[in-house]
Write a protein that binds this ligand. Structure first.
Ligand code: NAD
Ligand code: TYD
Length: 355
């Protein structure tokens, strides 16, 4: 039975990964998460207690991470923990460098210390860095990000992720450490914090609140259902080649404004006739607001390498994925109400006051 160290497993993609892995195979997961505003223990209910060990800790804490490596003989490190929201990185970049860069270095150093065996490493160990297509910067109207696209991040978030990627790959080049980097496009699905486009729009539609579209809404993102992402991570961690980067994406590019309109239409369709909101939901909720600073125009992934080398393919198309996602938010009103009370309201009233 493999033992995983998963970081950031109380966040959106991490929680989906933990749920997928514990359902799929007889593994043990030690889940380290600092429970920042984005981490939530409600994302982890119903998991088998004997195989899921939750540790509330900061990945930058050298003592805690060292103690965990001493206590558990980890076979895999799957590193999700990060500050992940571009808008927040524009407001306060420093915490992004601390968590995303220094936190990654702490994990690398500790894994290296415990996995080293003479001149090499203990058998079948692997560190996987969960990264993002945003490290490649922005595309024009055409073309795709491949693993060879130059790294040219534009936001403090993507710059901190790029720095971490370089560090991880340097541990392969310098120390021959068994590492892999995956770079995925925008995810959507259950448990996503309602600061990102898809859950924010679903939540605002359900509350009949304005839908803030940045700029002209013509920026393009390449959307992947979260379950397809976590499956790709699992495949890459098992069968990928050390020192390699794998792009993950499903060729599903859409303008932001089209995503917003699809959400409006689908939520309205899915609400029962008896729901008073149904007749009030329309495109009139769309509100164009000031553009994000340094807003990347277009992201689009070429997933050829992971498809041909590791046999990964996305299984959920956008039409199905967005319905599953909206259904989840409709069925989990308590989750979203809890998350969007208190601090969340303060953050958004300040943020939109600035636009
Ligand atoms: P998220 O913000 O939902 O979750 C991040 C988690 O990390 C939270 O549970 C938070 O509590 C935890 N965390 C933050 N700082 C920490 C620290 N110092 N120590 C320990 N835990 C800490 O993020 P997400 O959307 O699930 O993204 C997960 C990873 O995937 C990130 O590395 C992100 O860069 C990457 N990624 C995200 C997307 C996307 O569309 N969301 C796409 C590609 C890659
Ligand atoms: P986001 O979900 O923050 O992901 P990322 O910036 O990492 O791609 O944003 C996705 C796109 O949606 C991005 O072009 C910014 C835009 N956007 C809005 O138009 N309005 C919003 O309220 C948010 C959160 C994002």
């Amino acid at each position: 039975m493999k033992t995983y160290l998963v970081t950031g497993g109380a966040g959106f993609i991490g929680a989906n990964f933990v749920r997928f892995m514990l359902g799929k195979e007889d593994c043990k997961i030690v889940n380290v998460d600092a429970l920042t505003y984005a981490g939530n223990l409600d994302n982890l209910t119903g998991l088998p207690q004997d195989r899921h060990i939750f540790v509330k800790a900061d990945i930058c804490d050298k003592n805690v991470i060292d103690e965990l490596f001493q206590k558990y003989d980890f076979d895999r490190v799957i590193h999700f923990a990060a500050e992940s929201h571009v808008d927040r990185s524009i407001e306060d970049p420093e915490v992004f460098v601390r968590t995303n860069v220094m936190g990654t270095m702490n994990l690398l150093n500790t894994a290296k210390k415990y996995w080293q065996d003479g001149d090499g490493y203990k058998k079948d160990k692997r560190y996987l860095q969960v990264s993002t297509d945003e490290v490649y910067g922005s595309l024009g109207e055409t073309g795709y990000f491949t693993e060879k696209t130059p790294i040219t991040p534009h936001s403090p978030y993507s710059a901190s992720k790029a720095a971490a990627d370089f560090l991880v790959l340097s541990y392969y080049d310098t120390f021959k450490m068994p590492v892999i980097v995956t770079r995925c496009s925008n995810n959507y699905g259950p448990y996503q914090f309602p600061e990102k486009l898809v859950p924010l729009m679903i939540n605002n539609v359900l509350n009949l609140k304005p839908l803030p579209v940045y700029g002209d809404g013509k920026n393009v993102r390449d959307w992947l259902y979260v379950e397809d992402h976590v499956k790709a991570i699992d495949i890459a961690a098992e069968n990928g080649r050390d020192g390699e980067v794998y792009n993950i994406g499903g060729h599903n590019e859409k303008y932001n404004i089209d995503i917003v309109k699809i959400i409006i239409e689908t939520v309205a369709q899915m609400l029962p006739e008896s729901d008073e909101r149904k007749s009030k939901i329309s495109n009139d909720l769309i509100t164009y607001v000031a553009d994000r600073k340094g807003h990347d125009l277009r992201y689009a992934i070429d997933p050829e390498k992971i498809s041909s080398e590791l046999g990964w393919k996305p299984e959920t198309n956008f039409e199905t994925g967005i319905k599953k996602t909206i259904k989840w938010y409709l069925e989990n009103t308590e989750w979203i109400e809890k998350i969007t009370s208190g601090e969340y309201q303060n953050y958004y009233s300040k943020m939109y006051a600035n636009r």
